[in-house]
Design a protein around this ligand. Structure first.
Ligand SMILES: [Zn+2]
Length: 385
């Protein structure tokens, strides 16, 4: 990948500040990072020379004493990145600039979840986005749900795709000719919140996603938690659900087994003895007051609220962001979620700020692009701010 010349921890810190808070003056960078102004200048000079940081002359100001000062900003057009999110049914893609602004988006139906079919869909998404990029693509970010080995580019276990041990990054690099970075989809969203979202200034936060799966990314002590074995924040598989509910992971009693979209749909179908009910039907039934559908969503809310309390009791984040494709239907389970959360959150942990984030499938793809930006800039989310 075309890496940004960040040669020291100080230059990573300075670039991160410019990326997340630019345009920003050298004095403000110095104040926020604790680096001396001389150290900031030393870190910034190679970034300007290489064209990754620019002096924003439109915001130039002239102090009473001394020469004019221009704040620093990331040169957005210096790199272009493609992010894709692979789901069982579709592959979503976005083209972004170096500041993760989405410039183009597209999607493709997967003929099946067979690896070759998904690679074909992903390649066609990448080709279309590449055609709309003004410069060659610097990196391809790939977001997949499940247990992902980022270093090895391997999907170890993705129950939603039915994949075990798939060397996806290498296969996509071969198919597209672009260096690929594989990432767990929830961690990708967490990196986006950290670098480009409302959590830019939070000391700690968690992102919970509610949809086909229930996921959670955690940011703590200046780092996105990776887990010593590559797994962390899997609140979807906490055993807080009824023991008879079977999860997509094969275990019993998981949160996801009653609270994921497919699980809720299954309960509504079983309650009405009608397997033709769709997800949209289930939402409509619940909104119309159908007791079976309402109960299914309430049960999901209770279990998610308990899981949220478990997370907050263990980790104590400043903020929890709830995202995921089901946030639009949040009203169906919000009360049950909040009640269960306040019943189980211990003491001051219940003061945790819970925010809702409107969410589209594109956001997952943008998260994958944000992870590429993180890596080409020297590992922004794994260094303390
Ligand atoms: Zn499970």
């Amino acid at each position: 990948m075309n890496r940004i010349p960040v040669s020291s921890p100080a230059s990573v810190t300075v670039f991160r500040r410019i990326l997340t808070h630019g345009p920003i003056g050298r004095v403000d960078i110095s104040r926020a990072t604790g680096l001396s102004q001389a150290a900031v200048t030393k870190a910034v000079t190679p970034l300007i020379t290489a064209g990754f940081v620019v002096e924003d002359d439109e915001l130039r100001s002239t102090p009473v004493v001394g020469r004019p000062i221009s704040p620093l900003a990331v040169a957005r057009d210096r790199a272009h990145i493609i992010g894709i999110k692979i789901t069982a049914e579709r592959t979503y893609g976005v083209l972004t600039d170096l500041a993760a602004n989405v410039l183009a988006r597209t999607e493709e139906h997967n003929a099946s979840t067979a690896v070759d079919d998904v690679i074909a869909a992903a390649t066609s998404v990448v080709d279309r986005l590449r055609d709309s990029s003004p410069t060659p693509i610097d990196g391809l970010g790939v977001a997949v749900s499940g247990d992902v080995d980022r270093e090895g580019g391997m999907v170890r276990d993705s129950p939603l795709l039915g994949w075990k041990g798939v060397a996806l990054a290498e296969a996509l690099e071969t198919a597209t000719g672009i260096p690929a970075l594989l990432e767990n989809d929830v961690r990708a969203l967490t990196v986006t919140e950290l670098l480009f979202g409302s959590a830019r200034d939070a000391s700690s936060f968690a992102v919970i996603t509610i949809g086909t799966g229930i996921g959670c990314g955690i940011y703590l002590h200046g780092k996105v938690v990776e887990g010593a074995h590559g797994v962390a924040g899997e609140i979807g598989h906490l055993p807080l659900g009824p023991r008879d509910a079977v999860c997509s992971c094969g275990r019993r009693g998981c949160v996801e087994a009653v609270a994921s979209t497919p699980a809720v749909l299954e309960l509504v179908r079983a309650g009405h003895d009608d397997p033709s009910i769709t997800t949209e039907d289930a939402f409509a039934l619940a909104h119309d007051g159908d007791p079976v559908a309402r109960r299914a969503f309430e049960q999901a809310g209770e279990v998610i609220g308990s899981a949220l309390a478990a997370l907050v009791n263990l980790v104590g984040p400043e903020t929890v962001v709830i995202a995921g494709e089901n946030v639009t239907e949040y009203d169906l389970y919000a009360n049950a979620l909040r009640t269960a959360f306040s019943e189980h959150a211990f003491g001051a942990a219940s003061e945790c700020d819970i925010q809702l984030r409107p969410h589209r499938f594109d956001d997952w793809a943008r998260g994958a692009a944000a992870c590429v930006i993180e890596v080409i800039a020297g590992g922004l989310a794994t260094q303390a701010a």
